[in-house]
Design a protein around this ligand. Sequence first.
Ligand code: MSP
Length: 473
Amino acid sequence: MKDKFYITTPIYYANAAPHIGHAYTTVAADALARFYKSQGANVFLLTGMDEHGAKIQKAAEEAGKSPQEFVNGIAEIFEGLWKILEIENNGFIRTTNEKHKEAVRKVLQILFEKGAIYKGEYEGLYCTGCEQFKSENELVDGKCPDHNIAPEMTKEECYLLKMTELQKELIEKIESDEFQIAPERYKKEILSFLEGQKLEDVSISRKNILWGIPLPFDEEHTTYVWVDAFLNYLTGLGWNGDLNDVPKQWPMDVQLIGKDILRVHATIWPIMLLHLGLPLPKKLFVHGHILSGGKKMSKTLGNAIGIDEMIQKFGSDGTRYLLLSAGTFGDDVDVTMERMIEKYNADLANGLGNLVSRVIKLLQNFQFPISNFQLISNDKIFNLINNLEIDKATEFIWKIVRDANKYIEDTKPWESAKDESRKEEFEKVMQKLVDDLGLIAELLTPFMPQTSEKIKKSLETKKLDEVLFQRIK
Ligand code: MSP
């Protein structure tokens, strides 16, 4: 059993309202956090907003607002949606927060004084969508495949972070799983990248981007947005940049990211930590992308489904369920509204909703002595969640749902209920159904918290206040 469990999501760019790709990571992190909480761990779930850089500066200009005013508005939308989705985050870090900015400056000063940062020049193709320099071989027809825009050739004076000297140490830590990258194929991908070439030193400052944190040792430059952003994982715990006073939750037990940002999270980020002499995250878990029409869902590509659109259709728990069960967590999954409606009707309206209403109606109509429901500890689901096989965990629960529905059809308790000579059979069937429903409610806690509570309450009161999950046309 873990005594502490620190889990993070990436901090999302405050350039536009979130879509379901952002909700995918956040809901998964919340489900994990709730699960470990239910196991008694001291959990800290951190999410937040990445609010500096060229991309945001541009979005604010287009909206005719000051960058700060603009990001305030976007952060409010994100936070509001996380509330509706019942995300129980313990922190919501914003990189324009004064304490965060001060800590970033402190860390940069330390790195500069250690000689990990030096002044130089960098020339390369910069994609504002990724806020990263791109190599030619990452482009498709001269464009960034994730953002469908051609990166700009940039050459400027900047400060660089030394990467090469720590490359060997990083490889060793990944190989030994001291810094575990999971699923395994992402670990292999990163190791083959790291073993195949010398890591170039990384530019950590920008001269022409005003919307950023000025470097403490050269105010003409602002901090490269990724360096600023990575430190959120520490400042979000209240850290002020003092290496002698690192928060006790550090390092994270699970750092959840989408595969789009694996490379930076497995190179620049751990190397910054190594320079600082801080422990690396225990596990960097990489999930796949939500695709729409075969392409990564993104605001830039214009193929995004909004979270509010999903919540309106499926409710908060329905949205959580559909995202978490959409496909193998770790692989890409293509979603369409039509398929989500089908799944909603099959699994929630006809599956779980139907089961709950049948069992509660039987409980209302026919009296029988229920013995207290005993929760059996379930190693299977524990192992699935521990391995972040989140979709498999939902499948496991839905097998119990389907089996219980089938059990009702096979045993027809409404018939045995009316026959005094089959009293024992009726009571046995009902007890099993109550046990199953209790177990389902318990197992659903991390995934669908409202539904879990409603089922528990109905079992207690033998009443159903509302139909759970109405069919959608
Ligand atoms: N701000 C950076 C991250 C800095 S973390 C130190 C960033 N932001 S982002 O807004 O683009 O969000 C990226 C993350 O959002 C992905 O890694 C993933 O967690 C989630 N997703 C955004 N679109 C997604 C999909 N289409 N599918 C799945 N997750 C996606 O990168």
